[in-house]
Design a protein around this ligand. Sequence first.
Ligand code: AMP
Ligand code: MG
Length: 402
Amino acid sequence: MRADDALARILAGVPPLPSVDVAILDALGLVLDEEVVADRDVPPFRNSAMDGYAVRARDVADAPASLRVIGEIAAGRSPTRTVGPGEAMRIMTGAPVPEGADTVVRVEDTDNRSDVVTINAATPPGTAVRHAGEDLRRGETVVARGTVLRAAEIGLLASVGRARARVIKRPRVAVFSTGDELVDAGAPLAPGQIRDTNRYSLASALREAGAEPWVRGIVRDSPDALRAALREASAADAIVTSGGVSVGDHDYMKPIMSELGTIDFWAIAIRPGRPLAFGELRDGDRRVPVFGLPGNVVSSLVTFELFVRPALLRMQGRDEVARPRTKARLLEPIEKIASLRVFARGIHDPSAGTVRTTGPQGSGILRSLSLANCLIDLPEGRARHEAGEQVDVILTEQPEPR
Ligand code: AMP
Ligand code: MG
């Protein structure tokens, strides 16, 4: 199976998640599932953009000018009187501009006195005055349905009085590792054992993809243990496992998944990450997608990047699920198997327009990913790429375009 076909099948098979009402501080990165309009003008009143003096522009058309200071207004207060001819009111940034005044002279252009102030710079009307509604008009759409909420949009929601918003649910994704050889990070190793790496890396990759990881344990290579783990995990919105999808004697994903739901086992023509399982468990009316990733530490993260991340973004209501790509000049030759599409871990230098590999590319060498800022996407059909060639680069550090 080709990688593109596998991804298309996966994207067609994942259910969109329902929308939920959340506090806006919990909405970062989620997709808005309603149209939010301004409840009133923003800013709600005419206010000063500077610390200075609110005056009548006619009085400061020529400088220097002397004006009588009639009081002071701070942010959060309401003016108690109007500014008349020959008068000035000290004003702080964000304070309402009093009636009568039509311009603000910044404090740096005055002698900053509180009885009689000398204005040293002629100031035209409207200077440093922010008008009501200059950011948003009441009734205007502030954030459209389908928008991925970033810091600026969270601020916009707050500015129109929305403490909560309707967004597509953040997927809660169960993640577990399978293998009799695995022990927890932090536990001592007996002969033949290795540390469970994938549960930690995949839980972190889930978080980077906007999901909430539900970190389960290490599941032993036995049908009963796997059955119990999958049943429990089916309370989640999706399940990600690693290991046990090859054709070894103790790889039980296939029989157990077929018993609890439907699953396809694919040999994808890529390296790293050839074996991949995708299917769904049924939990009442719910369909819970299951991604069975290969056990090798690099393969599991690369297949997560290629297949699981886009699926999770689609479940979260994103249209655009592909990372940005670019072309770069290869700095070294790469030998590869002609029949496979290879995703080499690379270091892309955008200013030079070049890319090189991170060194040894074995599927167990996690440093190859740790040093990388991109994947070099080398197509099927070629056995060798030469230094100096233009190659395709997937910019895995950059978010999908919105
Ligand atoms: P498997 O897909 O279960 O055959 O595993 C393939 C290789 O990946 C084996 O060398 C496993 O020991 C290793 N492996 C599997 N799961 C993990 C894990 N969670 N952390 C680190 N290595 C793993
Ligand atoms: Mg295994």
